[in-house]
Design a protein around this ligand. Sequence first.
Ligand code: PLP
Length: 369
Amino acid sequence: MKVVNFAAGELDLEPPPVLRETLAAAARNRGAHRYTDTAGLPELREALADRISRLSGVAYEPGEVMVTAGAKHALHLAFLALVDPGDEVLVPRPGWGTFAEQVRLAGGVPVPVATWDTGFVPTVRKLEERRTGRTRAVVLNTPGNPTGAVCPPETIAEIVRWAVRHRVWIIFDESYGELVEPGTDHCHPVALLPEARELTVGIGSFSKSFAVTGWRVGHVHAPASLVAVLKNMQSQTSSNATSVVQHAVLPAARGEVDGFVSDVRGILASRRSRVAAALTGLPGVSFDMPQGAFYFFLDVRALLGRGLGGAVVDNTEGLAELLLRRAGTALTPGTAFGAEGYLRLSYAIDASMIDEGLASLKKVLDDVL
Ligand code: PLP
């Protein structure tokens, strides 16, 4: 059976040709196969510092930037460095499961902050309800996985003021930061409140914007004293991000393939409208329009406990399985993100697959109600 995969956490597109050529050239270059500086090639750190400064509006120096094997490793090092056993870290729920697991790996306690009734973004009121004397950090992931929600500037500003007041670190995961819908602002905490600089750890990635998830290259920007600690930890864990890959992403860091990213934004905007139009007619499914990343987070609670083509499903995993078997569509159950009653639909697939998948989803769901 053919399956339409709405579960992908990565773009279906090939990386920009320039990056593939630079990768091949680096592989041919005899000087590109050794360990690099632990924090990354100096020219890449410099280009990244410029890029982060340009995109965020906050001046960062190369000494405040480190290249890592993906944003995931950057996050892991940040939690290891900041969290002592028993420390609490506020993580969004629904949210990407890695945050909580990495907090646990560091000996900390992930404390979920519910965002269901606040447009899937955390608010100061919700954070304050969960803050204790052990609260060490808060995770701010915008645009968010799995919800596609973008935290509005005024909400970030309030969170940042709160974090500074209570000396709470801000783990700012902007891995999807360049994939926001036209007309939506993606704001950096330090641009909104300069005093937040000494408490902000910015996490970024080439994975999503340049379609190079498998290359494993991301980065972190933070106060130089913390970057020095992260560098020591990186030295003892992965040594450095892969040398040839660091060479390959230089043109991306230098802004030479920004055209690719704006094309991606255009493609995603049109797919998003296509999905939204098709979903609007689906019985039992409701959603907020995503403003970034490439996910819809579907509220399917109305479908649970009812007869669906002869079967009754009463939980989200059962529903996902039924949609896989009956409609040939793979969606990620919200339980992976701490959200029973929701399904994540990724639109990082081409338009014809979107049409095909949603048409067959509709056929199955039309039987229901
Ligand atoms: N941060 C978020 C919110 C993600 O969803 C992902 C991947 O799905 C990552 C980070 C990981 O990115 P990378 O491939 O750079 O490790």
